[in-house]
Design a protein around this ligand. Structure first.
Ligand code: NDP
Ligand code: MG
Length: 385
């Protein structure tokens, strides 16, 4: 095995994936890119492979396999196709850390495979912990695998507790920008367009998480993600809207002291910290200037208007497969919204209807998550028709 840290990036063609490649490129003596993967974007995957020379690439969409294979035939790069390959490539002995930067439920299986293969996890794919947090965290514990958060809020919490692992967390505050519709009334939300919803004020991200940010589902998913990452009870997690996105989250310890992690919004920093922990590597990222932000403000989220947030707390408290159901219906709802089949306000209505009607399995094993996900998707699709 090489001296460098072998990295697999699942979802290298996405927002997190492309930024992760920039991070790796900046430290060629430290990182060794082993694996990159895409769902359908063969052109970008090929471009990335030719530039970064990984050991293996995976294109999930089997129809695009030949295109990728043909384009890379003269390179010393293994090309695989299909979903199963994602779980196989992470097992390579050369892979030290798997960055899960794919979106949605699709992250669950390869993450389980990576943990089983005792790979460290840099977790961007929050849906995996939402769907099966109990299974993932207990498997990671059993295999002695660390899960390093990439999500900016969770990276912030993690950065605040480094050196404090022996101290109890009393409470955490996850900060939220509030999204493009902060301050909107229920009536105003009825009229918002897809284009408006896709315009996040502070971050440029993939379509799914951008819509989730606008509905506050993203913050709800992050609450559940935080519960599992930091072993917290629901009452220890609070959400505070901070429109400037400078304070990335806050930990309150048992002596009342609060620590916050701050910086300009740039996902490359949490990506990098997850891959270099416990070290911090020097960067040339733009630095924060107080004069550009004379005011940092905080306010309560409007839970009456943005109902997804309370729904996530409900799912967390109801436990079992509830959050898995919520995630599945939300994936269907966001997709339907992006395809002009339902309105923005109908996303949270659909989520609520499916979650409240679902039959919940209390002590789920892997197969229960698979069937809960499937059933919830079917219920959501039926309601949309
Ligand atoms: P993108 O939509 O930009 O990228 C998703 C990546 O996953 C692409 O490489 C895509 O391939 C691949 N992919 C999509 N569907 C599948 C599938 N079914 N099977 C295999 N691969 C698939 O998403 P983001 O980068 O924005 O987000 C990735 C994850 O990181 C999400 O879980 C998100 O919540 C989380 N996250 C993202 C942040 C951000 O700033 N973007 C911030 C914090 C968390 P293709 O290009 O071929 O479609
Ligand atoms: Mg986040």
């Amino acid at each position: 095995m090489s001296e460098k840290k072998g990295i697999a990036i699942l979802g290298s063609t996405g927002s997190i994936g492309t930024q992760a490649l920039e991070v790796l490129e900046a430290y060629p003596n430290y990182f060794d890119l082993q694996v990159i993967t895409a769902n359908r974007n063969a052109d970008l995957l090929i471009e990335q492979a030719l530039k970064h020379k990984p050991n293996s690439v995976v294109i999930v969409d089997k129809d695009s396999y030949k295109k990728v294979k043909d384009a890379l035939w003269s390179e010393d790069i293994h090309v695989y196709g299909g979903e199963e390959a994602l779980s196989q490539v992470v097992e390579s002995i050369e892979v030290h850390t798997v960055l899960t930067a794919l979106v949605g439920y699709a992250g669950l299986k390869p993450t389980i495979a990576a943990i089983n293969a005792k790979k460290e996890i840099a977790l961007a794919n929050k849906e995996t912990l939402v769907v099966a947090g109990e299974l993932i965290t207990s498997l990671a514990k059993e295999k002695g695998v660390n899960i390093y958060p990439v999500d900016s809020e969770h990276s912030a919490i993690f950065q605040c507790i480094v050196g404090e692992f022996h101290n109890q967390i009393e409470k955490i505050y996850l900060t939220a920008s509030g999204g493009p519709f902060r301050g909107f009334s229920q009536e105003e939300l009825l009229k918002v367009s897809k284009e408006q919803a896709l315009k996040h004020p502070n971050w440029s991200m993939g379509a799914k998480i951008t819509i989730d940010s606008a509905t506050l589902m993203n913050k709800g998913l992050e609450v559940i993600e935080a519960k599992w990452l930091f072993n917290l009870k629901p009452e220890q997690i609070d959400v505070i809207v901070h429109p400037q996105s400078i304070v990335h989250s806050i930990v309150q310890f048992e002596d009342g002291s609060m620590k916050a992690q701050m910086g300009l919004p740039d996902m490359k920093l949490p990506i990098q910290f997850a891959l270099t922990y416990p070290d911090r590597f020097k960067t040339d990222f733009p630095r924060f200037n107080f004069m550009d932000y004379p005011e940092l403000t905080f306010e309560q989220p409007n839970r009456e208007v943005f109902k997804n947030l309370d729904l996530a707390f409900y799912a967390m408290e109801n436990a079992g497969t509830t959050a898995c159901v919520l995630n599945a219906t939300n994936e269907i709802a966001v997709d339907a919204f992006l395809n002009d089949k339902i309105s923005f306000s109908e996303i949270s209505m659909l989520n609520n209807d499916v979650v409240k009607a679902a039959k919940i399995i209390t002590k789920p094993v892997y197969e229960d998550y698979v069937s809960a996900d499937y059933t919830a998707r079917q219920s959501a699709l039926k309601l949309i028709q």
